[in-house]
Design a binder for this molecule. Structure first.
Ligand SMILES: Nc1ncnc2c1ncn2[C@@H]1O[C@H](COP(=O)(O)OP(=O)(O)O)[C@@H](O)[C@H]1O
Ligand SMILES: [Mg+2]
Length: 297
């Protein structure tokens, strides 16, 4: 799809990304020269009902105070059978591009990433929304954060956020959808037993696992928490059987000079992957504050 002149008040600069639901472009508003990311979803393809949930969820977020750690909707426009979701532009990149660099960076940078993304997830869960599609391409880190990876130093402009609420859910039952690689054993068991949906509470637990999976990759040079030689060629259902039977490999972040800091970071990641069904995000956040203090000593 070409983005030229679709929205009269804006100019279209370039495409930012293409996903399963639509295409996202960088637009500049003519009156103030401000940049926006605009996701264009043609209804023809999915029907209005197919995209209703993303709009409702985004509207729900907009009614609340926006979180710095979840992409917030500015405006929706319907034009020529297309829905335009207008959001602030984040001038950075998606996490998958920078994933393996975090493992060589300072613990402060890694922990800040964890803290911000867990805060974003807590914000969604408090609004009774489960994200359902947490993965590298759905996490944005801004350019200051990217510079921090190299310098090892953090500052208050570093920002990481969850984006793409296209598969999110806020009703009592959530459809079993999302990318197989990042799903928890709980999710895998539900699928294998022929279920089509899970409760929102279980879906929230699954979010914690998916985020833990991303943290594992960020702390372990981009490797995933299962033996890739064994899982690479498995079909989706065999992969689900595998993760139900096998425990994730223990995380091995070791960049801090303080051995206890490394050990606690690995413990945090492992508990998200193993105890995702009982762990509370608040507890994880206070654990992160403890590790921060330990590192600063
Ligand atoms: N606010 C934004 N700022 C910068 N890039 C963005 C923004 N929103 C989305 N993108 C880019 O567009 C891609 C697709 O957006 P996303 O909301 O994930 O749509 P999809 O449902 O198509 O996956 C993202 O992976 C990211 O690269
Ligand atoms: Mg996406």
């Amino acid at each position: 799809m070409s983005c030229l002149s679709l929205l009269p008040e804006y100019t279209c600069d370039n495409m930012l990304g293409k996903g399963s639901f639509g295409e996202t472009f960088l637009y500049t508003k003519k009156t103030n020269n401000k940049k926006y990311a605009v996701k264009i979803i043609p209804f023809g393809k999915y029907g209005i009902s197919g995209i209703e949930s993303e709009i409702k969820i985004l509207e729900k977020i907009r009614k609340n105070i926006c979180s710095k750690y979840v992409l917030c909707l500015k405006k929706t426009v319907v034009l020529d059978n297309n829905l335009f979701l207008i959001t602030d532009y984040n001038n950075g990149y998606t996490l998958d591009r920078y994933m393996k660099h975090f493992s060589q960076s300072s613990p402060k940078v890694l922990l800040l990433l964890f803290r911000q993304l867990l805060s974003g997830l807590l914000y969604l869960h408090k609004l009774d929304i489960s994200h359902q599609d947490i993965k590298g391409p759905n996490i944005l880190i801004n350019d200051t954060f990217i510079k921090s990876i190299k310098s090892g130093k953090i500052n208050s402009s570093c920002n990481a956020m969850l984006i793409d609420l296209g598969l999110s859910c806020y009703t009592t039952k959530c459809q079993l959808s999302g990318t197989p690689q990042y799903q928890s054993p709980l999710f895998a068991s539900a699928i294998l037993s022929g279920k089509y949906d899970i409760s929102i509470n279980d879906s929230k637990k699954n979010d914690i696992y998916s985020l833990g999976y991303m943290f594992y990759m960020a702390a372990n040079k981009g490797k995933d928490p299962y033996n890739e030689d064994e899982t690479d060629k498995l079909s989706t259902s065999k992969f689900y059987e595998y993760i139900i039977k096998n425990k994730p490999i223990v995380s091995n972040y070791n960049t801090s000079k303080n051995k206890n800091v490394n050990q606690y970071i690995n413990l945090l990641i492992n508990s998200m992957l193993v105890n995702y069904n009982k762990i509370k995000i608040n507890k994880l956040l206070s654990f992160i504050s403890k590790i921060f203090k330990m590192e600063n000593k």
